[in-house]
Design a protein around this ligand. Structure first.
Ligand code: GDG
Length: 497
């Protein structure tokens, strides 16, 4: 990519949030979440444009007075907001995105509400995003669309005769055919995905599911024989068009987390946390409020652990941080109640005057606070029922600088593909198995913990967010794919650093 070619990143949310104060003033803050965490270092390194919704509901178009505040907050790259009105938030965001695609792609089909008005709004808002890109893009720009809320954007751009290379990365899993086939708009969604030049998934399983869906639903498609469909990147041919399909496991800025873990403020906080309980073993859970994250299952397993192993009373402590998310959707509000009931039940059963088994926090922590938890907790307990990747698992390893921690990880998190040898893998549906995993983590010899954590950290270090980004961009621009490295090979060609 030469100097004239910029990257345009398009995601549902901008990496910042606009809020109107009571006095009508606009305040701009930083956003949270997996995609933001992953992309922020990328935009720090390369000037480009980020197009997305600032998370602020507005009935009319954006007021020009807000633009300077938005630009100031972004600093270093340009930002183009796409404003949504309350109807669009209800039907496109809470509706089609989060009450159809999100549950469908995570195999929660019972939570899907297939309403035609959601589909209509999804098409309209995707078109709105495409129009904003259309107004901003130069001929040479690489347009990179992110995630399940914006699947139709590439196809909309093609309708506007945009010929730029357009990539798409899916941050969620892609479901098996039997699940995907339930969607009334399966053909439209898949056809739209095939308008991209390159599509990235976190795991080989997601890629295989996608290719199978394409074969069954679109049919008139050829898989390039030179590149096996389970390799890192394959090429699909549809008439004259070619679409690359690749596996690019997302990651974190390892160095940033690693260095932060050495920060004196982080050290002070970690020490403070330990002051009153130096010998307590702390289990840590960090999850967005979401039924995919397996939070109730973890609490039930911890309850069983305390029931089966009373010798760990007063010696174990479970900190579960839940980040508020999508509470307007009833499934999320119900989940919050379920979690709070379980926490109350466990503490009610086991707490003593000087020991609280579960510490539950329902809020966003500041970064140093989060990193001091990563640094000091002996066990990270991450048990999603299904997860695209799970960045928390990677952040925990990067920050575990004394290499004494243990990672308990669901086999249904994308991260398990990379961590299966050194994490303790669990099936979150198997409560007994998870109870045993906690016991195993508590009793693992120091030497084994050191070795496993060292290996995990090595993976995160070698395949950080820059590796992810470079792999994707290399696959997008590489002319001859037959020599393209596999997902588990390191790519030396570095576009960013
Ligand atoms: C989606 C996919 C995929 C959490 N609590 C706080 C906080 N966080 C940050 C973490 C982490 C991020 O939020 C959560 O990322 P995850 O990957 O775990 O999960 P999702 O939000 O569901 O992300 C997921 C990801 O996209 C990327 O592709 O891995 O599978 O579902 O970075 O650090 N940050 C701060 N305070 C908190 O309290 N500052």
């Amino acid at each position: 990519m030469d100097k004239k070619s910029h990257i345009i990143i398009v995601s549902n949310r901008l990496p910042l949030i606009l809020k109107k104060t009571e006095g009508g003033k606009i305040e701009v803050g930083k956003g949270a979440g997996g995609l933001v965490t992953a992309m922020a270092p990328v935009l720090k390194n390369r000037k480009g444009t980020w197009i997305g919704w600032p998370g602020y509901v507005q009935e009319s178009d954006i007021d020009d007075n807000m633009l300077p505040a938005i630009q100031t907050a972004a600093s270093g790259y340009s930002v183009k907001p796409v404003m949504l009105n309350s109807n669009e938030v209800k039907n496109y965001y809470e509706g089609f995105s989060n009450s159809i695609i999100w549950p469908l792609f995570h195999d929660f089909t019972d939570k899907c509400i297939f309403l035609p008005e959601y589909w209509k709004s999804y098409q309209e808002v995707n078109k709105k995003f495409a129009l904003t890109i259309y107004q901003d893009a130069n001929d040479l720009d690489f347009i990179w669309v992110h995630d399940y809320q914006l699947i139709l954007v590439g196809a909309q751009l093609r309708k506007m005769h945009i010929r730029n290379p357009i990539g798409f990365f899916l941050h969620t899993p892609f479901p098996p055919f039997d699940t995907f086939a339930r969607c009334p708009w399966r053909f439209e969604l898949l056809s739209a995905m095939l308008e991209y030049d390159i599509i990235g998934f976190h795991t080989i399983q997601n890629k295989r599911n996608f290719i199978r869906c394409v074969k069954k639903i679109i049919q008139d498609v050829q898989i390039d024989k030179k590149i096996k469909s389970n390799a890192s990147v394959s090429e699909l041919r549809l008439g004259n068009r070619k679409v690359r399909i690749g596996v690019f496991p997302i990651s974190i800025d390892y160095n940033e987390f690693f260095l932060k873990a050495w920060d004196s403020d982080v050290y002070k906080r970690a020490k403070e946390m330990r002051k009153n309980a130096p010998d307590m073993k702390i289990i840590l859970g960090v999850d967005r409020l979401d039924y995919t994250k397996g939070i109730p299952e973890k609490l039930i397993a911890f309850k069983q652990f305390l029931t089966c192993f009373p010798e760990f009373h007063k010696k174990s402590h479970f900190i579960q941080l839940v980040i508020p998310s999508r509470r307007e959707i009833s499934a999320y509000a119900d989940l919050k109640l379920q979690i709070e009931q379980l926490v109350g039940e466990i503490n009610g059963m086991f707490a003593t005057g000087d020991w609280l088994p579960v510490q539950y926090m329902f809020r966003t922590l500041d970064r140093n606070e989060l990193i001091s938890l990563y640094r000091t907790c002996e066990i990270a307990f991450i048990a999603p029922l299904k997860d695209g990747m799970n960045l928390v698992a990677k952040e925990y390893c990067a920050c575990n600088i004394d290499e004494k921690g243990v990672l308990i990880l669901s086999e249904f998190a994308g991260a398990a593909q990379q961590f299966h040898q050194d994490a303790i893998l669990v099936n979150p549906h198997d409560i007994e198995g998870m109870t045993k995993a906690i016991y195993k983590a508590f009793n693992m010899p120091l030497e084994e913990r050191n070795q496993r954590m060292r290996n995990l950290r090595e993976i995160v270090k070698n395949k950080d967010v820059f590796w992810w980004l470079n792999s994707f961009l290399n696959a997008a621009i590489e002319k001859d794919l037959s020599s393209f490295p596999q997902a588990d090979e390191y790519l030396p060609f570095n576009l960013l650093k």
